[in-house]
Ligand binder design. Sequence first.
Ligand SMILES: Cc1cc2nc3c(=O)[nH]c(=O)nc-3n(C[C@H](O)[C@H](O)[C@H](O)COP(=O)(O)OP(=O)(O)OC[C@H]3O[C@@H](n4cnc5c(N)ncnc54)[C@H](O)[C@@H]3O)c2cc1C
Ligand code: FES
Length: 240
Amino acid sequence: MKDIEFKILENREIARDVFRMVLDGDTSEITAPGQFVNISLPGRYLRRPISICDWSKNKLTLIYKVVGHGTEDMSYMETGEYLRALMPLGNGYDIAAAPENPVVAGGGVGVPPLYALTRKLVEAGKHPYVALGFNSKEDVFYEDEFRALGVPVNVATVDGSYGKKGFVTDLIGDHSYAFSCGPLPMLKAVYSRVQDGQFSFEARMGCGFGACMGCSTRTKDGYKRICKDGPVLSWKEIVW
Ligand SMILES: Cc1cc2nc3c(=O)[nH]c(=O)nc-3n(C[C@H](O)[C@H](O)[C@H](O)COP(=O)(O)OP(=O)(O)OC[C@H]3O[C@@H](n4cnc5c(N)ncnc54)[C@H](O)[C@@H]3O)c2cc1C
Ligand code: FES
């Protein structure tokens, strides 16, 4: 884990209130999709955790939604400006544990970490099926990027303005193993539809690297820190 200075290469709106930020800097310590960065913003005491959407050598992609002061500050940042982030944080998804045909189920701004996950699954010779859920057509992003990975992709919107009307769970079919990230009610619904998998959770964070216990959550294997032992928990250990 390092506190790294990144240079902003791109920061643009790709869906309603959702921005993609592409950064130039050291990505060499990232070990798994599903890890996150903790962003330092001038004048804001707490850092903001954002999932790694994708990475390559010296290039990091984040996708974030403007929901409050910190993410609003980020949305005003321009190409050429610098931003500091503590990274990589968290465990990430375990690709080796994936079966041949997992479903990758994401909702809203839970979708970003699933992009690098899907890329890695394909590179590992697996055949993931991607199910994405959003509220409305204006909120949909990265459908084409997922398709470009050569995987089947289906989209659902709650209001039916794009794709299938309904929830991501309506797209899962009879898949038994899910990789998932999204709002808690969605995670819960996906969890109840499958028999195994890996689920990424959010928590309010103090330190972000395991020192303050502020993000502890109960699991079947005892208390775990979402920032350090998570954010990805296995289906078998989750307690709702
Ligand atoms: C591991 C992890 C990965 C995440 N990945 C993404 C992502 O890829 N894209 C994305 O858009 N969002 C992501 N989030 C949610 C993101 O952290 C919050 O939306 C963001 O911190 C809000 O900051 P704010 O200053 O705009 O909001 P404010 O409401 O002003 O924030 C006030 C405080 O609450 C914290 N906070 C607010 N909402 C959340 C939340 N949902 N989770 C944790 N802390 C929160 C903020 O970090 C800040 O410390 C992730 C959260 C976690 C824990
Ligand atoms: S935020 Fe400090 S231990 Fe997780």
